[in-house]
Design a protein around this ligand. Sequence first.
Ligand SMILES: Cc1cc2nc3c(=O)[nH]c(=O)nc-3n(C[C@H](O)[C@H](O)[C@H](O)COP(=O)(O)OP(=O)(O)OC[C@H]3O[C@@H](n4cnc5c(N)ncnc54)[C@H](O)[C@@H]3O)c2cc1C
Length: 291
Amino acid sequence: MGGQVILTNEVDNYPAVPHVDGYTLAEAMRTQAEELGGSIVMESALSITTDPETGTFHVTSSDVESTCHGLLILAGGATPRRAGFDGEERFAGHGVSYCATCDGMFYRGKRVYVVGGGNSACEEALFLTRFASEVILVVRKDHVRAQASVARQLDENPKIKIEFETTLVAVGGGESSLSWVSLRDERTGQVHTEKYDEGSFGVFVFVGRMPRLSLVAGMVDLDETGHVVNRRAYGHAGAGSLCRWRRSEQGPETDRHSSLRRSHCGDERGSLSRSTGRGLGQLFQGLHNPW
Ligand SMILES: Cc1cc2nc3c(=O)[nH]c(=O)nc-3n(C[C@H](O)[C@H](O)[C@H](O)COP(=O)(O)OP(=O)(O)OC[C@H]3O[C@@H](n4cnc5c(N)ncnc54)[C@H](O)[C@@H]3O)c2cc1C
């Protein structure tokens, strides 16, 4: 139990808990829920149906069938969006990764490519400089969109190189690791291939996340990005990664963005902490929707 947060050994932004690892935090939540009378069923929900007449939901798993009266909270999380280059599926987990915290240490002293130009990609690129000898941020547009403090650190970090207006179009290699990557210059359309020793580099993809909502397809309203829109009249609510995190609702600090181009970055001061500002806060955004 615990979802993504159990993958981290450092959570600093949970209210009233200064420093905790994700597993301990999840276990504490479980204990508290049980002490308050909640029961926990460790099953995968296989189907969810609703009966508008009675206002009930039926949730079925392989072993359990339960009926829910009142409110059903959906919190199935999200999966990383694929970038769509050739070889991405084939090498996922074998040189192509979607989690810097999980896999960053495997690239100590090696080169990594980071695909994406949003705040997450920039933060993860910075995080990867702790391990990698060089981090090449591959950005389709002519700028990255990141918090001012993040943009400033990107600009100042000597390990980071940004390839603007460039698309990573293909990777390839041996049985279980990469040996080449192909990049297209969006200004000229030219594709060139960079070759390395097998296993000497990696590709990290941070191009967004897709809410896991297949079980409730057609049952919930979604916004234009595929996230749940909660409405007072409904008997269900989306929570966590299923809802969209709107920066403007998180206070002024996170709302200061900077668009970093080749030699320009925001000038606002601030420090980057990998463990602040997102994630668990999303849960509250979901639950605080206008009920
Ligand atoms: C390495 C790492 C470090 C992080 N560090 C921080 C941090 O320091 N601070 C922070 O705020 N955020 C952090 N985050 C982000 C945070 O973990 C996520 O934002 C948060 O976990 C999202 O919660 P969630 O409940 O929406 O989804 P998830 O955590 O993805 O949980 C979804 C759960 O639903 C379950 N599920 C899915 N489908 C079904 C089904 N059909 N039936 C039953 N169960 C199902 C999954 O198994 C999973 O347990 C980190 C994330 C990672 C990966």
